[in-house]
Design a protein around this ligand. Sequence first.
Ligand SMILES: Cc1cc2nc3c(=O)[nH]c(=O)nc-3n(C[C@H](O)[C@H](O)[C@H](O)COP(=O)(O)OP(=O)(O)OC[C@H]3O[C@@H](n4cnc5c(N)ncnc54)[C@H](O)[C@@H]3O)c2cc1C
Length: 95
Amino acid sequence: MGRYVIVGNGVAGVAAAQTIVRADPAAEVHIFSAESYPYYRRPRLWKFIAGEIEQGALYLLSSRPKSQRRIWSCPAVPPTPARSLLPHSESPGRS
Ligand SMILES: Cc1cc2nc3c(=O)[nH]c(=O)nc-3n(C[C@H](O)[C@H](O)[C@H](O)COP(=O)(O)OP(=O)(O)OC[C@H]3O[C@@H](n4cnc5c(N)ncnc54)[C@H](O)[C@@H]3O)c2cc1C
């Protein structure tokens, strides 16, 4: 099983995580972000602000049961150089 760390919880980071788990179904991916929220659909923000949808409808990944999750959002780390999230690894992207 591969374990992967991605820094950045936007669509780029999430698309990378989804690509990894498609290629390696046993992979475990942890996405770190400077934001306090798991990945949210930015284009839907206006609907939330307008009161047309609930906050939960913004989130994509956290709707899966934990037992089925391969991608984990780890929000609220301070802006951090990627290398410092990988204390025992010489290779960014794998641990
Ligand atoms: C309100 C709104 C509506 C939008 N609507 C559309 C639309 O309809 N169609 C469209 O194509 N695009 C739309 N966009 C633009 C689209 O959301 C962006 O193009 C897209 O989010 C870019 O994705 P990204 O992953 O490259 O960057 P971002 O979404 O900016 O994600 C970067 C992530 O990395 C994190 N990060 C950055 N530096 C660090 C660090 N040092 N340590 C830890 N974490 C870090 C940030 O906190 C963030 O979570 C919209 C954007 C907004 C704000």
